[in-house]
Design a binder for this molecule. Structure first.
Ligand code: TIU
Length: 226
């Protein structure tokens, strides 16, 4: 059995008991003024369209007991897990670890590192702290997914072509079936967002599937009613 979700490039057969909703880096540092995203010279307003679709998906997952996992990009306060290459990259005045209006940029424990309050994790939902762009690199995400028997991921968050795509690729190589939410992801660059979604499902699903949050939510709702 399974729930059929209208998706690109063809319907995705979802098995909710083996599926996790993975929300990538919906942190104040990317979505609010004075954080890492802004320090990189970006228009943070571009990302806020993803908030409501993710909120609606979280509501649906929580109502149907589907697993939810959150990630946060950030580093230890002593920056011992920050590579010199990542630290040095870019020619900006404010870098990772520097003081900003929401505390030290992309440092665990700082206010800016927190998930935005609208999408805060609830008790029982794992929060994965990751030093890289991909959520599998240097984390226990894979152990948590395997331990819970998860084989499918619904992926949302920011930014589409950076941390979402890196995680999608890591998950694909590890044998997970992945569906990316087209409206639950966003980029500072709308053209990169569109291209990243097209790349995810090109060649008849080279990395996986793409669908709006409403399609997944409708399937979840039907699945619990039937
Ligand atoms: N800068 C940018 O677009 N993204 C990141 O640095 N991290 C994530 O995508 N989370």
């Amino acid at each position: 059995m399974g729930l059929s979700i209208g998706a690109r490039p063809y319907p995705f057969l979802m098995h909710p008991s083996r599926t996790a909703f993975l929300v990538i880096d919906m942190q104040r540092d990317f979505l609010e003024p004075g954080g890492f995203g802004a320090a990189l010279g970006n228009d943070i307003g571009q990302l806020r369209t993803a908030i409501m679709p993710i909120k609606l998906m979280l509501d649906a997952c929580r109502a149907t007991n589907m697993m939810v996992i959150h990630t946060r990009e950030g580093h230890r306060p002593d920056l011992s897990d920050l590579s010199a290459a990542k630290h040095a990259r870019g020619r900006f005045a404010t870098r990772i670890g520097d003081a900003g209006p929401m505390g030290r940029i992309l440092v665990r424990g700082a206010a800016g590192h927190e998930i935005i309050p609208e999408l805060a994790a609830q008790p029982g939902e794992p929060v994965i702290d990751k030093p890289g762009k991909g959520a599998f690199y240097a984390t226990d995400l894979e152990a948590i997914l395997r331990g819970r028997g998860i084989t499918q991921l619904i992926i949302a968050g920011v930014t589409t072509e950076v941390c979402v795509h890196t995680t999608l690729r890591e998950a694909n190589d590890r044998g997970f079936e992945c569906l990316v939410l087209e409206d639950g992801t966003a980029s500072y660059f709308p053209e990169f967002h569109r291209a990243a979604l097209d790349m995810a499902c090109a060649q008849d699903g080279i990395f996986g599937w793409v669908a709006p949050a409403s399609a997944v939510i409708a399937a979840l709702r039907e699945g619990t009613e039937s």
